[in-house]
Design a protein around this ligand. Sequence first.
Ligand SMILES: Cc1cc2nc3c(=O)[nH]c(=O)nc-3n(C[C@H](O)[C@H](O)[C@H](O)COP(=O)(O)OP(=O)(O)OC[C@H]3O[C@@H](n4cnc5c(N)ncnc54)[C@H](O)[C@@H]3O)c2cc1C
Length: 676
Amino acid sequence: MAASKRLPVAARTWSSLPKPSLGSSRWPASPQRYKAVRQTPFDLALFPSRSSSDQRRSMDSGTTDSASSNPHHAQAGAPSPDGPNGASANRASANASSTSGAGSPGTSLHRAGAWGASAMGGAPQGSGVPEPETAPAPEAAPVPAADPTLDPAPDLSAAPDPVAAPASGATPALDADVIVVGAGIAGLTAAALLAHAGLQVILLEAHRQSGGCAGTFRRGAYVFDVGATQVAGLEPGGIHERLFRHLGEAPPAAEPLNPGCVVDLADGREPVRIWRDSARWRLERQRQFPGTEPFWQACALLHRSSWAFAGRQPVLPARSLADWRRLLAALGPGSLASGLLVGASMADLQRLCGASHGESGQRLRRFLDLQLRLYSQQPADRTAALYGATVLQMVQEPLGLWHPQGSMQSLSSAMERALARHGGQLRLGHRLEALRPPPRPGESWGLEVRQRGGRPQALRAREVVLTLPPQTLEPLLGDQLPAGYRRRLQALEEPSGALVFYGAVRRERLPADCSPHLQLDWADPGPLFVSVSREGDGRAPRGQATVIASVFTPARPWFSLERQSYETRKRAALAGIQAGLERLLGVGDGDWTWAELATPRGWARWTGRPFGYVGGLGQAPWRFGPFGLASRTPLAGLWLGGDAIHPGEGTAGVSQSALMVCQQLLKDRGLELELA
Ligand SMILES: Cc1cc2nc3c(=O)[nH]c(=O)nc-3n(C[C@H](O)[C@H](O)[C@H](O)COP(=O)(O)OP(=O)(O)OC[C@H]3O[C@@H](n4cnc5c(N)ncnc54)[C@H](O)[C@@H]3O)c2cc1C
């Protein structure tokens, strides 16, 4: 990519940001909203423009910003923004092709022209995890003519004002009963459930593919799962399996992981293998953490009670009479014992069970800190006992963690098919830019949507389900956000960001018995969670493997760095992760056939999440369950789903949140939603 085309984040000014063309919009401008947009890097996520010619060039030459951190390049000691020097990297990315799951056949898709293959002159669609600073100044991007054959969204130049009541007093026509925003796993699930219940549903997705944090991208011969690499809840009775059964769609093919994870505490001792087989896992933990069995028994007890409670599909936190009825009906005999531990952390539970003493107790705490960080964003002393005890049991049969065949995209693709089967519409390349509450009770919500490269569109729906992080509500609603709720959102703790390394290696360079999922207690840049593809699982050619390593990082600081400091910090993080992988897998610098790193900047761009926040609000005792953010907002008809809502992150968690939203929304319409 041409260096001159890049505009460093810090160099962007308000005037260089794209204006949402409110002049031509049917909605009045809200200066407060633009101010909020300007103040946060979310603007970059809102408008991740790249001119179609640049897209074509970067796809054809395979030069992307993230590729500039290719080790061939780094080894040459002359990092150039023009792309990797290494021929193999160039060759690999020159073949970059579309993501495997995007636009699966049979799905009702509306693709935005500039984001689809046709607008790129037949160039492939996959772009990996793009970085915001690779985008040219948005206003420089040529605006391709809207192609009505690609997107039949209404031409709003002649449409009536969606918010003001029409002169005749007649109610303006709705585009849908419900518009769901964000086609990650939460949005796909919510949209499919509502369509199945008979509602007219539109699902808006800014990206050109669904999946969000559980999506996939391609680099040459390699397919990388961008975030999620393993799935809970595919076993019979698990949340994904129940949802697919309810929707009449086959779940994606997947294998249970055994062990689910191998945890290296970097203490010179044998790593801990978390077996799916319960008896084997009991023996393993008794060997690894002698004298801590009462803690594990307590976890099993809490898990059983929480699992039964969750299975009865309660609404948490309850905000209406119907929610309370549902919640009370879900309580069982075990809930009383669990209730006593509502305010306790996992570290409290460890202490209560007398399992925190001595070397074994300390080692157990390190193990818990590592594992819980994966699921709850928090270490043991900040993870709710009710949550932590449950997730620690997820690996063991009859539950389990699953490795989807092909790629993670297969989960979204299956849900896309379910949505299409029930008549829901998925509109890819459609970014929500503003939300307007109904002016009067009973009237419709207005959504200002921009199709990539196209004019703004105004859509109307009776209700809106937003699956983006709650931090997006302020820029989307501006001064329409109730003051008390705004303060509540502003007081939320800052979520994490992620650094994710995507690498490929010849399989012979890996240990012979390499587990597909591993953790390493590593100092710089932090503990690593590593996923290695299996032979024949669709992610790498025969004889090769993809290796993905993620680590949490404070997100916001990555956005205040000048270009050079950013590149330096990124290279240091890449080197730190590779050093960890060398220690864990014995893969040295020269072994990588592909290597690149995504920072929170790339995540912001890929997912539209402010500051690239991932993982929701965490599962601290004071944030978990009844103390969390409710899916019912103070604005009637606006619902929240996704990883900030109970029970939190993970594809299983956000599916559960989507189910909860749909149950509440349908109940308000007099409809019941129960999964078998
Ligand atoms: C590095 C990493 C590893 C992970 N590993 C695992 C794992 O192994 N297993 C697991 O279960 N979970 C894992 N997770 C968590 C899991 O991926 C997420 O919790 C889950 O996928 C979030 O789904 P979601 O639908 O709530 O949000 P998202 O996936 O973020 O989906 C939101 C969607 O909204 C779209 N969007 C954003 N803004 C707009 C807009 N203005 N208009 C329209 N669309 C918009 C985005 O493009 C996106 O597609 C991991 C996460 C990360 C970051």
